[in-house]
Design a protein around this ligand. Structure first.
Ligand code: ZN
Length: 330
């Protein structure tokens, strides 16, 4: 039996592993786990890395336990699209799946006297960096809001209609159900999916004036007993919501949308350098990951500029700026 990470969701891999017969000890990372599955091992035990170090010495010499050490794996696909392995579950966040240049650029101005100079640049401005079959090999999808750079025509066509899709409110649920999706769930304070607790977190897509135009958005907190707490902030600027979420949940990993997208006349609608700096300083023990960069025409902050600014102003220590296609394991 040959199972590939790329074609089967992680939950399904584990279910299949649990149904096979032979045991083999010594699983310490994903590569070993994949190897064990290929060899038909069974009954993996899920632990965090600290517990593993502690238990392995006590148990492994007398017991043929298949260890599965959990790590949060976050793949920066493109724009705000992420694939996240968390617990024994794999999530796809905000799928924006069209080929480079498919759509007209966002006008990104509310001031007729001042058109956005990049309005004629087509979106997405970057290629899709991960093969589609890998992007779509997930157990569930989370759509933080239905703007066209988070849930696009290609996603509506390509995401399997049976996959569970978590959304922020009944309006977005109605939109996505009308597109043919069969299992759309409104995320509330707390939902448990395949052992992962999902909590909707508040945010705001720009200033109070911008909010009137941009509408509601959400972030999401992911929790599992053996994983680091992960807060995906969504399309929000730094504000009381974000500050409150960091204080209330003390996440150990934070994903921020940091392309500094702007609307002429309304200002920034996602985080720029100052906002990212505030997040890094408010959560000094967390790993902060910058996403939603260099993929849409109205988001002009580059990775290079953020990297340089973070080094010059002293917030680079806990900031990661993944390239499209890069996977971060934590
Ligand atoms: Zn966005």
């Amino acid at each position: 039996m040959l199972l590939s990470d790329n074609t089967v969701g992680r939950g399904e891999q584990i279910r299949q592993a649990q149904h096979s017969r032979h045991l083999r000890p010594g699983i310490k990372d994903d590569a070993d786990f994949s190897d064990a599955i290929r060899h038909g091992d069974t009954e993996p035990v899920f632990v965090d890395s600290a517990t593993y170090r502690q238990m392995r010495g006590q148990i492994s010499s007398v017991s043929k336990i298949v260890w599965r050490v959990l790590t949060v794996k976050i793949t920066q696909v493109r724009n705000a699209t992420l694939r996240i392995d968390f617990g024994n579950t794999r999530f796809l966040i905000d799928p924006y799946l069209a080929e480079k240049g498919t759509y007209e650029g966002f006008a990104a101005s509310v001031d007729p006297a001042q058109p956005n100079p990049r309005a004629n640049v087509r979106n997405p401005t970057a290629e899709l960096s991960v093969p589609l079959d890998q992007i779509l090999a997930v157990d569930a999808v989370i759509v933080t809001h239905t703007h066209a750079d988070h849930w696009d025509e290609a996603a509506i066509r390509l995401v399997p209609k049976r996959l569970p899709i978590f959304v922020q409110n009944e309006a977005d649920a109605a939109t996505i159900r009308a597109q043919g999706f069969e299992d759309v769930r409104v995320l509330g304070d707390r939902a448990v999916f395949e052992g992962v607790t999902l909590t909707k977190t508040p945010g705001q897509h720009g200033s109070d004036d911008a909010h009137k135009l941009m509408g509601d958005v959400m972030g999401v907190l992911l929790q599992h007993p053996a994983e680091k707490r992960l807060y995906v902030a969504g399309d929000t600027v730094w504000n009381d919501h974000v500050e409150g979420n960091l204080a209330e949940h003390a996440p150990q990993v934070v994903v921020v949308n940091a392309g500094d997208a702007r609307i002429v006349g309304l200002g920034a609608i996602i985080m720029g350098v100052d906002d990212v700096k505030k997040v890094c300083e408010a959560a000094p023990d967390a790993t902060v990951i910058a996403s939603h960069m260099e993929a849409v025409n109205h988001a002009e902050l580059t990775r290079e500029t953020l990297r340089t600014d973070s080094e010059n102003r002293g917030y680079a220590r806990n900031l990661l700026i993944p390239a499209d296609g890069e996977t971060i394991s934590l």
